[in-house]
Design a protein around this ligand. Structure first.
Ligand SMILES: [Zn+2]
Ligand SMILES: [Zn+2]
Length: 466
């Protein structure tokens, strides 16, 4: 008996994180992404998969962000033995991301365990999902298949896929998947995360062709971004004003994409001589440093204006790479003229906290927020105007100037999502994934009004027949 092909989302359904979409043709099962749940949905990472990992023939990765690759080690743990298809730059980024995630999980476990021991409750502390060793073992055994943009590649006996540049982070793709359904050719497209055209390092997302069904991300389906140029001007002004008045600039930043965008702007300032010669820019994030090296390695994929710098699109005389914690501590003794870029991007941990402790009390300094700050994070509290924060059991007053610069998103906004969708020559069914439900409702209405098409908001583990 013939069975009908279906899609089933095991994450990123009515939420942004945990991307994992199963495609089952009856002949083969493949997974598009295998990402980690983050924030309030984190507990879901501990649930076993609702499918048999041993039956998955292949995994297609759209890009290397944790919410798209973070559950891969678990897939192996449960017996996955298939191939993984991704752009080589995605393999590079995923390696850094997974090792970092494992390390953080191990550290968090140790801290929680110690605390729990003191009250005799160590047995309720959740173990890490996986360790650095687990990831290393996985990386060694991984059957990596490196794709080329635009070149169709056989994923399984009955499934072929074409990967195209999504312009979201280095190596990101949207994927056109072809298979036969009752001897009729069908095409399903997964948008992955779609990039924001308006940026300074990556080319715009490529055009799609056609789809019988499209699964599209909807992270910013409800809003429009501020223009990049406007945000860049705001950024430059804040940096110059602070440095010229004898202060220091602290920039909490994500390690992937945002850190490189910021370095690129600072390089521009250095070249146009608006960044003072004696200023010291510190990239105080080992992970951002590793990712920047990957961006340099793949410099031919960057925007044309970045390519003129060949393998040094992010380097300039004022830049210092901070190697270890000792070097990081030494920055504290510098009185003025520093620009410090550090993680974590939402200030939940990492070296940024030390820099806050040493500098955020001083009204001469400035903090520049250049990325999204989720509810409940320290970053969000600061932009909402709290006057006191607690860092390492110490009360610190917030007197530094706080700037929120909004136009540096790596995601397409509502207008760009609609524009990209309108480029399909034929587009039958639309399914919304990778977005918060209230935002998806807004986006669904807009699609109906502006494109005269219905869109369906995908439920967690709902079977969608194609
Ligand atoms: Zn992403
Ligand atoms: Zn994502």
């Amino acid at each position: 008996m013939k069975t009908q092909t279906y899609e089933q989302s095991h994450g990123a359904a009515k939420v942004v994180t945990g991307s994992a979409h199963l495609l089952d043709t009856g002949k083969s099962k493949v997974l598009v992404d295998c990402g980690m749940f983050q924030g309030v949905d984190e507990w879901r990472n501990y649930e076993p998969f609702a499918f048999d990992s041993r039956e998955i023939k292949a995994v297609i990765l759209t890009h290397g962000h944790l919410d798209h690759v973070g559950r891969l080690p678990l897939l192996y743990k449960y017996g996955f033995k298939g191939e993984i298809f991704a752009h080589p730059a995605t393999f590079d980024i995923a390696k850094v991301v997974l090792l970092d995630s494992a390390k953080l999980q191990e550290e968090e476990y140790k801290t929680k365990f110690k605390k729990a021991q003191r009250i005799g409750k160590e047995n309720i502390v959740k173990k890490p999902l996986y360790t650095v060793n687990d990831v290393k073992k996985m990386l060694k055994n991984m059957k990596k298949i490196e794709i080329e943009y635009k070149k169709p590649i056989k994923i399984t006996k009955d499934i072929t896929a074409t990967f195209k540049d999504a312009g979201h982070i280095l190596g990101s793709c949207f994927v056109e998947i072809d298979f036969n359904e009752f001897d009729i050719k069908k095409r399903v497209v997964f948008s992955g995360d779609l990039g924001n055209k308006d940026n300074n390092i990556l080319p715009a997302p490529k055009k799609p062709t056609f789809a019988d069904a499209l699964f599209i991300e909807s992270t910013y389906g409800d809003r429009l971004h501020k223009s990049f140029e406007e945000s860049k001007a705001e950024f430059k002004k804040a940096v110059i004003d602070t440095l010229l008045s004898g202060g220091n600039v602290i920039i909490p930043s994500f390690a992937i994409e945002r850190a490189q965008q910021i370095l690129c702007i600072l390089k521009e300032m250095s070249e146009e001589k608006t960044l003072p010669k004696n200023a010291k820019v510190f990239l105080d994030s080992p992970m951002a440093d590793k990712v920047t090296k990957i961006y340099k390695k793949w410099h031919k994929m960057l925007r044309k204006d970045c390519q003129q710098y060949k393998d040094h699109p992010f380097e300039f005389p004022q830049l210092n790479l901070v190697k270890d914690v000792e070097e990081s501590k030494k920055i504290n003794s510098i009185d003025k003229g520093c620009v410090i870029i550090a993680g974590s991007g939402m200030c939940n941990g990492g070296r940024i906290l030390h820099h806050f402790k040493h500098r955020i009390w001083n009204p001469k300094n400035a903090v520049l927020f250049v990325g999204y700050q989720a509810k409940g994070t320290l970053g969000r509290k600061i932009i909402e105007g709290v006057k006191h924060i607690r860092i390492y059991h110490e009360d610190v007053i917030v007197r530094a100037k706080i700037y929120t610069i909004n136009g540096f998103s790596a995601h397409a906004d509502q207008r760009e999502l609609l524009e990209w969708m309108s480029e399909f020559e034929k587009l039958d069914r639309i399914f919304l994934i990778h977005g918060e439900y209230d935002k998806q409702l807004v986006f669904r209405d807009v699609i109906e009004k502006k494109m005269n098409k219905r869109a369906h908001i995908v439920e967690f583990r709902e079977k969608i027949y194609l």
